[in-house]
Design a protein around this ligand. Structure first.
Ligand SMILES: *[C@@H]1O[C@H](CO)[C@@H](O)[C@H](O)[C@H]1NC(C)=O
Ligand SMILES: *[C@@H]1O[C@H](CO)[C@@H](O)[C@H](O)[C@H]1NC(C)=O
Ligand SMILES: *[C@@H]1O[C@H](CO)[C@@H](O)[C@H](O)[C@H]1NC(C)=O
Ligand SMILES: [Ca+2]
Length: 376
């Protein structure tokens, strides 16, 4: 490695490490000379985690996963290399959806696989829907690994409301104009003004010259870099933007993600009817690094009974710390603020003074009719 790129790598690692330790404490005990120790509160967020461990997956339509009935499939570009059979009733030959989210370690690659395109020219469509039942915020690129060629056409979609409504996140095609009537773009072409544009990219769909490329990205880092600099060295600038721009915060937030597979890899040529058992989808890994969205009111998030929950501080409550605790509604709820960098402002919920009890007490003293509503 050249020393220049070594330096870049070191800077990147450094900025990632420091980025991770920002906003990590919600409060600390400070000593003041006159009043003794007291709490100080800060904006805080949980650490980023591998979100593939906490999701539920649904693959549609039913029957699109291979193996029922058992089926032989062959290598794309080499239809005489028919290496294997998919059989859902045999654990050694089955390719269920959960194999997209397991830990690969150093064992053999495990993957979900679709049926082959035997029904051509009817399209081979599959939706893979990932649900967290919790708002999460992406912190790194989504990386999807395809074992049998990256698809010719697909769409990544997201939902912010637990799957009630969906919006496109990114279009992927070998030819964006042909597939979606969209101009091909690259995240590197985006500017602060267009950073949140939904684009169609051809970067992850080409075959010729990229036969061995397996990964497809949704570029989170590159979008952060539009504000924070190419090495993400200026996270302060990104956080300042996030603070005033809800659209920017929401762009990286989701509750569900859907991979809409529309056309499998075809080896850079037209579909050959003789070799339909070489066309299928196979996904070995979906890497999604992110953190629970807790509105800057929690620095930890727990997985309990199959669901992620923020451990709310600052007298807030709810799955995302999105409201004030009972009796802490003296001010209206607000998210914590990233400003001033790097500790932020907690914007805690405040205790409601018990004025009602006083009114009740006074009523008794004055022997007036007791107002039950106040005295209960
Ligand atoms: C996939 O999801 C989209 C909506 O996001 C829907 O229109 C389409 O019918 C679904 N396709 C399949 C095969 O379930
Ligand atoms: C989703 O999360 C909410 C809040 O934690 C919980 O009440 C609900 O039961 C969860 N839904 C499912 C399907 O687990
Ligand atoms: C929340 O309320 C408790 C109990 O009144 C109080 O001790 C604590 O300081 C409050 N926290 C914040 C962040 O205001
Ligand atoms: Ca796997």
């Amino acid at each position: 490695m050249r020393s220049g790129s070594m330096l870049q790598l070191a800077a990147l690692v450094y900025s990632l490490l420091s980025a991770r330790s920002q906003y990590d404490s919600c409060k600390s005990l400070v000593n003041t000379d006159d009043a003794g120790p007291s709490w100080e509160f800060y904006a805080c967020q949980p650490r980023a985690m591998a979100m593939k461990r906490y999701l539920r997956v649904k693959v549609e339509p039913p029957g699109v996963t291979c193996g029922n009935p058992p089926e032989r499939f062959c290598a794309l570009g080499n239809p005489y290399m028919c290496f294997s059979e998919c059989d859902s009733s045999n654990p050694d030959l089955a390719h269920p959806p959960k194999l997209m989210f397991d830990q690969e370690n150093n064992g053999p690659v495990t993957y979900w696989q679709s049926v082959t395109w035997s029904k051509y020219p009817e399209p081979l469509l599959a939706n893979i829907t990932l649900s967290w039942n919790k708002s999460i915020q992406l912190t790194e690129n989504i990386v999807i690994t395809f074992e049998a060629g990256r698809p010719t056409t697909m769409i990544l979609e997201k939902s912010l409301n637990y799957g009630r409504t969906w919006q496109p996140y990114q279009y992927y095609a070998e030819d964006c104009m042909e597939a979606f009537r969209m101009e091909a773009k690259n995240v590197r072409d985006l500017s602060p003004v267009t950073a949140l544009q939904v684009i169609c990219t051809e970067d992850y769909s080409k075959w010729v010259g990229f036969e061995n490329e397996k990964n497809l990205h949704f570029e989170v880092k590159e979008r952060f870099a539009i504000f924070a600099g190419t090495l993400l060295q200026n996270m302060e600038a990104l956080y300042k933007r996030m603070d005033i721009n809800k659209g920017l915060r929401d762009f990286f937030t989701l509750t569900d993600l859907r991979i809409r597979l529309i056309k499998p890899a075809t080896g850079g040529t037209f579909v050959q009817r003789k070799y339909l058992n070489t066309y299928f989808y196979a996904i070995s890994n979906v890497e999604i690094m992110g953190r629970c969205k807790c509105n800057m009111h929690a620095n930890s998030c727990h997985f309990k009974d199959g669901n992620l929950m923020c451990e709310c501080e600052h007298n807030t409550t709810g799955q995302d710390c999105g409201k004030c605790r009972k009796n802490y509604k003296a001010k209206s709820w607000r998210p914590g603020s990233y400003n001033p960098y790097p500790m932020g402002t907690a914007n805690s919920c405040m205790y409601t003074l018990p004025i009602f009890q006083d009114t009740c007490h006074l009523s008794i003293v004055n022997q007036k009719r007791i107002n039950r509503k106040y005295c209960e």
